[in-house]
Design a protein around this ligand. Sequence first.
Ligand code: 5GP
Length: 143
Amino acid sequence: MTSPAAYDDNNIFAKILRGEIPSHRVYEDEHTIAFMDVMPQAPGHVLVLPKAPSRNLLDADPATLTHAITVVQKVANAVKDVFDADGVFIAQFNEPAAGQTVFHLHFHVIPRHEGVALKPHSGKMEDGAVLAANAEKIRAALG
Ligand code: 5GP
C-alpha cells in the first residue's frame, strides 16, 4: 500500500479559503465553509469544506469530520427545502481513482428530483448570476 500524497495548499479550495479566489458562499463557521459548486450536477449543488487542511477523508482528523457532517446535514435540509427536492445526494471522493479532482476535503450536497438525471461531475460551468441567486436562497434558508 502506498502512502497518500501530502496536502498541497495550492489547490483551488485552499485559495478560496484564503480569499484569493471568489466563491458563492452559503455558510461559514469557525471550522467549516460551504459554497456553490461552479459546475453543478443539479441546481443547488453545494460543497461543504472543513477549514482544516486535509487532502480528503482518509487523512482528516476525526473531530474535523464530526463537525463537518453536522454542517452537511444542515445544508442538505436547506437545499431540500429551497429546491423542493425529493431527496439529497451526498458524495465525497478520495483520490483520483475514486473521482477526486480537488485535493482539499469536501462533501458534495446535491438536491435530487425523482426521474431527473444528474449532470456530469465537473461538467459545464454555471452562469455566475444563477449561482449567486441560488446561493442567496440557500443562505436565507440557513438563517
Ligand atoms: P471532486 O472531484 O474533487 O470531488 O470535486 C471537485 C468539485 O469542485 C467539482 O464538482 C467541480 O465542479 C468543483 N470545482 C472545481 N473548481 C471549482 C472552483 O473554482 N470553484 C468552485 N466553487 N467549485 C469548483
